[in-house]
Design a protein around this ligand. Structure first.
Ligand SMILES: Cc1cc2nc3c(=O)[nH]c(=O)nc-3n(C[C@H](O)[C@H](O)[C@H](O)COP(=O)(O)O)c2cc1C
Length: 189
């Protein structure tokens, strides 16, 4: 099973990439194939038209479309900005539909405060439904991110470690269930 991890933070001094790298390491240790998509390294222009409708689709968007299509399931990592998920992530999502539809998507949100980006997570769930995808009910919220990792970027917060384990277990269960269903069915997806 191939998993894309999409990092929706490009801020200077950003923190969200730390939990993305933690999940990458954990899932790779479970023999999953991980494609880490960092929007800081894959900058997309502001949306002028979506994939399939754009007369001259930027190559970077086509390449990202191909990477997302090849993923069986996706994890989206986003900071909470002004009570929602990041604008850079929304801009990226608006290019796509079929790249996500009928896939399990896990939501990971990050905040400097105590609430872990719950508002961003709830709003992202709604957007994921609009993409025709299955939002994993178990969300991974990372509160107080500046203290959650040590100097070598290891996750040390006990509560977040437990939350991450449950998130990984549930993500793998749902992603595998959908993948098995797709292997059994002849419906064209
Ligand atoms: C523009 C902006 C808006 C923010 N709004 C919120 C917010 O609404 N709620 C919150 O808990 N934290 C908020 N924060 C703090 C972020 O959660 C914190 O900076 C966190 O590190 C975000 O992840 P990042 O480092 O990847 O950008 C905001 C930060 C920025 C830069």
């Amino acid at each position: 099973m191939k998993i894309a991890i999409l990092i929706g933070s490009i801020r200077q001094g950003r923190q969200s990439q730390k939990i993305a790298h933690y999940l990458q390491d954990r899932l790779q240790a479970d023999d999953l194939d991980i494609d880490l998509i960092d929007l800081a390294e894959t900058p997309l222009p502001m949306l002028e038209e979506r994939v399939g409708k754009h007369p001259q689709l930027p190559q970077v968007v086509q390449e990202l479309s191909n990477r997302l299509h090849s993923a069986d399931a996706v994890i989206m990592v986003t900071p909470e900005y002004h009570g929602s998920f990041s604008g850079v992530l929304k801009n990226a999502l608006d290019y796509f539909y079929s790249e996500f539809s009928r896939k399990v998507i896990g939501i990971v949100t990050v905040s400097a405060g105590k609430f872990g980006g719950i508002n961003a997570a709830t709003q992202l769930q709604q957007v994921i439904l609009s993409l025709g995808a299955f939002a994993l009910p178990t969300k991974l919220l990372v509160p107080e991110v500046y203290g959650a990792f040590n100097a070598t970027h290891e996750l040390t917060n006990e509560h977040t470690l437990r939350s991450a384990q449950k998130f990984i277990d549930d993500f793998r269960w749902f992603a595998s269930a959908i993948q098995e269903k797709k292997q059994q069915t002849t419906v064209n997806i």
